[in-house]
Design a protein around this ligand. Sequence first.
Ligand SMILES: *Cc1c(COP(=O)(O)O)cnc(C)c1O
Length: 387
Amino acid sequence: MKPINIYQPELGTEELNAIKQVFDSNWLGYGRQGTRQAEFVKSFANKIITNSFDGIAFSPANPKDLITISCCSEALFQSMQTYIEPGDEVIIPTIGFVAAANAVIANGGTPVFCDVNKRTLNVELEHIKSKVTNKTKAIIIMHFAGVPCDIERITEFCSHHNIKVIEDNANSPFSQVNVKSTGTFGDMGLWSFDPMKVITTGDGGIIYCKDKKILQDIKYRTYLGLKGSAKSNPVDDKWWEFDIESPGSKATMNDISAAIGIEQLKKVDTFLAKRRFIHDVYTKELSELGWLETPPDIPTGTVSSYYMYHIQLPTETMRNGLAKYLRTRDIYTTFRYYPLHWVKYYGSNIKLPNAEYAANHTLCIPIHQSLSNNDIDKILTTIKSFK
Ligand SMILES: *Cc1c(COP(=O)(O)O)cnc(C)c1O
């Protein structure tokens, strides 16, 4: 029997054929010059809703507001390079991704960790408010497990206080609040397509930003700072000449990744339906047990991407025990995200009681589109037999 993975991509012949076509074309799309790269952005934009008028009329994202990037961690670094200066403070929920704090420090800022809701593990406006000082320049928030946080109130508060909002949308690629996609509420939204996410391109990401100047600057900075493309100089010029806009590095997406992404997008509605199905079965079967907590209901008016399913046990001993019990029976579980204020390197000695409770009681169990009905049965029977 193969072990049941906690995260797993679902890739098939469609993706393989798409890669073969890229090979056959002999043009793998250096920089952002691939035809698949552009097509991926367009297909992706069609899945993202940016404007919703009372939930009646809505419009997809403009592909011009999106750029591809090598990964979401790089996007976090780019966001901090855009918005902060040395000495600035950036608020990050402690249940967050390591690259967020790294990006703040790498740009001379100070990460200020805040607490989250003990059950949803999402940040709430009150947690952010309690950490705001006159040095606060930005916040980097996420939508834990794919369930949207209270993003409307958070963005309203932040725009009043001149605080930039970066939405790390890696957990919530297709989540919505009142028929508007998460990732489009803040000043900048960041997506990840690494192999553990809802859809994958191998590695890869997307940045959404309405500010054309900022997006253009990031384009330069992540493609060697080149002003034009090597290919765009006409043949009657010396096409090898160039100039740069900035001393940029290189963090683009190639056409092999984009070709995989295009096929993944065609399947994403099925992926999300499967994840939702598993979520509902888990909640129905596990909420009856009485000795564990299933995740809180998904708030009305919101749509989840069902990226993770987290249960909470009454004690840390039980949580650790269940994790080992499942692992020895070939079922992998994990806890996300290890609190950043506990990472020694960041040198924080504050107490954040809700996050600490969550870190000691929570276990994420497998929820992904590759799970078979047998896998789901096995996970449920094994959990039920613990105790
Ligand atoms: C995976 C993940 C990232 C990083 O994405 P990469 O594309 O792997 O760099 C960032 N934030 C969160 C919340 C993630 O889960």
